[in-house]
Design a binder for this molecule. Sequence first.
Ligand code: ZN
Length: 244
Amino acid sequence: MVSLAGVLWLNMISNSHTQVCYLCGQRLGDTRDHVFPRLLFPKGKAPTNLITLPACAQCNNKLSKDEEVFQQLILSGRALDTDVAREVWETKVRPNLKDKNRGLRQRVLRQTEIRKSVTFWGQQLHNWPVLNVDSASITRVLSKTVRGLYYLECRERLPDDVKIEVWFSQDQYERLIVPQLMPYARKTEVAKDILTYWRVIAADNPAASMTWFVFYHWNVFCVATVPPEVRSVSNAELTSSQSS
Ligand SMILES: [Zn+2]
């Protein structure tokens, strides 16, 4: 026997997409998750209007460790030449570097390796050396963000059979950004000097997308979402579908 409260609760969930966790799609989204992590910003300087989406507490908590690893990585290399990245480091990271976190930076660096080729939707596009972040943490954080963008655009969860691929590049801005796709990509500046992204979506299938995130001017991530039905689509076909 289902209680009246139970029926009302189920009704509430089934009638409103906004009440279901946008990440797992299985539990009630009773917390708000920041699509762009707050730890990108210096202490006390996160904008108050950052996008949030409903997420369950489990998904939300699970991501916080991942975001710490991610933060270490995006604050590496030439990013630290920028004032704002140094400010994040000084106000948020350094105070937290207690004994248990001492090896974190080394762990992040060990998780990177040189990869000689990049595939885009099943195709070999170019050969170039990129730092391949073989890290589930980084992939989970950026997958989360891309899931959030899709949810905002389509008001539904990105289907679970869509493959998400992540590439990382440091100091290789123009090489990672695929020049053929840039004319079709929409640029969004989330916060000046902190995060800008370019996003291109296949006209006939919004689950097929590429997004380039540039953190602190230097650290570039490319995230592709690849639905099973478009894995064999050629780059040329994608480009022509965007322009039609
Ligand atoms: Zn969830």
